[in-house]
Design a protein. Structure first.
Length: 83
């Protein structure tokens, strides 16, 4: 399912390759960076929302990573990581 709009209300945190957390960043910024290749790990990138305790791979919350950071993520990853 393709999303038409980026949910700018979401704020994202991500882990870099050393395990350092960065954020929060709005969805539109994360999407731009993702599309520009700033995250070479791609669908394995670990992300979380402020209400999630744990980071989850991007592929677990977006079935098609082409839709990453558009709309709301799948609840499957969020449920495991919820605070």
């Amino acid at each position: 399912m393709a999303y038409q709009e980026i949910d700018e209300g979401l704020q994202w945190y991500y882990l870099d390759s050393t395990g350092q957390e960065f954020g929060p960043f709005p969805s539109d910024t994360m999407r731009d960076w993702f599309q520009q290749g700033h995250f070479p790990i791609g669908e394995e990138m670990l992300v979380r929302l402020p209400t999630w305790r744990n980071h989850v791979p991007l592929r677990e919350i977006y079935a098609d990573v082409a839709d990453a950071f558009r709309g709301s993520p799948r609840a499957g990853g969020a449920c495991r990581g919820a605070a």
